[in-house]
Write a protein that binds this ligand. Structure first.
Ligand SMILES: Cc1cc2nc3c(=O)[nH]c(=O)nc-3n(C[C@H](O)[C@H](O)[C@H](O)COP(=O)(O)OP(=O)(O)OC[C@H]3O[C@@H](n4cnc5c(N)ncnc54)[C@H](O)[C@@H]3O)c2cc1C
Length: 442
């Protein structure tokens, strides 16, 4: 960026995960100076897969990295739910050309490192983004010009604002919300990434597949040009058990999934070792902002992964925060208040929906049969309709990327009388470059 930045002190972002980097990119593209502080030795992501809905791709497009992310993604054809006990198909949602047309972007599965790499590349291309590793945020204090951010080792950074994108155990959240460490949910994940050649041939499906069985579910899908398969098997266990990426032997894992039929068990017997993760969860809170300090992603609204939306929500947060900051012309306290008010209900709805979905996945006895009957009766169109609230771009993403408006929205705009929508209002405000010229430097 050649022009001078809109803020004299940087916006500090604690955490260089998917949410933190997306936020840095969104702010820098709007003329703000940003410093990302990452505690790890290097920027990077876990070696595992992730599912991305069209709502994530709308954000990638708005950030200018949609092409890069799509280059590495696998575009599966269906979202499948199988009954793990009987082996029968319960749900099959086509994510075909009709789905892409409806939502304006595809659904895909991808290696986490590929998303993170694309965002990092975007950040590195903008001089207004300073990227620091081995920089652990330990706390902050407000001052009359912004925030003084404390790092491990005693260094302090004078910032215009602070965004806590520091994940589940957020130090920034500890100061704003103060609700302690996230409680263990009792839901234990066993993860593995398999070379495609090791994947049972009968399961090499172009789908994100979920085998639902009493108290457990198993998810698998292809990755990296079909060279790998991602496997995540979850069981509800004792919440007091630990689990943070330790090795777990098949002898520990297999008995827990024994209610599944032969085909998913063939897959479960394939890895020679799993990685064990205890899932952590917090219920939604009504506030995660304090003046020019706010949270995003897992720091703000950690969720069980059953909607496959945690990273997608962190990306939407990042876009919303960047757009709100732009529109508030660098008044960070006002921008963060607006950002939170736009994001609160949507993210809480995903958090709560994920819990409910977990109950459906893990249903036993007659409840399991009722679940199957209800889902089998649904048509693909009704599934697409039911997913509309989540996969369609919210207004602030459309503001940043007008192409993200779904066909439904576009049709509504064409037929609507003169009623003005928020995105239209935003579009009629002064362009960022115009505002930048008159902006007060903070
Ligand atoms: C098994 C599983 C499967 C999932 N599947 C999906 C899926 O399919 N689709 C989906 O959208 N989501 C999925 N998720 C959720 C997703 O992984 C998270 O929601 C997402 O990674 C959150 O991103 P984030 O940037 O908010 O936090 P994080 O990814 O946790 O990043 C936080 C970063 O902050 C750094 N950090 C932490 N503390 C400090 C500090 N004090 N100072 C400086 N740096 C710090 C960390 O090192 C890290 O780099 C899944 C989660 C799990 C557990």
């Amino acid at each position: 960026m050649s022009r001078s930045p809109r803020n004299a002190r940087p916006v500090v972002i604690a955490g260089g995960g998917i949410g933190g980097l997306a936020c840095a990119l969104g702010l820098a593209q709007r003329g703000f100076r940003v410093t990302v502080l990452e505690q790890a030795q290097e920027f990077g992501e876990l070696g595992a897969g992730i599912q991305l809905g069209p709502n994530a791709f709308h954000v990638f497009d708005a950030l200018g990295v949609g092409g890069l992310v799509k280059r590495d993604a696998v575009f599966i054809e269906r979202l499948l739910m199988m009954d793990g006990v009987s082996g029968e198909e319960v749900i099959s949602i086509p994510i075909d050309a009709g789905f892409r047309r409806r939502f304006g972007n595809p659904y895909a599965v991808i290696h986490r490192a590929d998303i993170h790499g694309a965002l990092l590349e975007g950040c590195r291309a903008i001089p207004a983004v300073e990227l620091r590793t081995r920089a652990k945020v330990t706390g902050f204090d407000r001052d009359n010009r912004g925030v003084s951010v404390a790092l491990e080792g005693g260094e302090r950074i004078a910032a215009a604002a602070l965004v806590g994108a520091d994940g589940l155990y957020s130090k920034v959240r500890a100061r704003i919300v103060g609700d302690g460490d996230p409680p263990a949910s009792g839901h234990m994940c066993y993860r593995a990434v398999l070379p495609a050649g090791d994947m049972p041939k009968a399961l090499r499906w172009a789908a994100a597949t979920l085998w639902a069985a009493p108290n457990t579910h198993i998810v698998h899908y292809p990755l990296r040009g079909w060279k790998l398969f991602n496997l995540v098997a979850t069981v509800v266990r004792d919440a007091a058990m630990g689990g943070h990426n330790e090795e777990a032997a098949p002898e520990e894992v297999l008995p827990l999934f024994a209610k599944n039929c032969a085909l998913p068990m063939r897959l479960m017997r394939t890895p020679t070792v799993f990685r064990r993760w205890m899932l952590r969860f917090r219920p939604p809170v009504p506030n995660w902002t304090d003046g020019p300090v706010t949270l995003l992603g897992d720091a703000a609204h950690p969720m069980l992964q059953y909607m496959a939306q945690g990273a997608c929500m962190a990306l939407e947060d990042a876009m919303c925060l960047a757009v709100a900051t732009d529109e508030a012309d660098g008044d960070f306290a006002a921008a963060f208040e607006r950002y939170q008010s736009l994001r609160l209900v949507r993210t809480a709805r995903v958090q709560l929906s994920a819990i409910m979905l977990g109950h459906l996945f893990h249903a036993d006895g007659v409840a399991r049969l009722v679940r199957n009957e209800i889902y089998r009766a649904r048509t693909p169109a009704s599934y697409h309709q039911a997913l509309d609230w989540i996969y369609s771009a919210p207004e602030y993403v459309v503001t940043a990327n007008p192409k993200a408006a779904s066909r439904r929205d576009a049709a509504a705009k064409r037929t609507a009388p003169a009623k003005r929508r928020p995105a239209a209002r935003a579009a009629t405000r002064k362009a960022p470059a115009q505002r930048r010229a008159g902006a007060k430097r903070r």
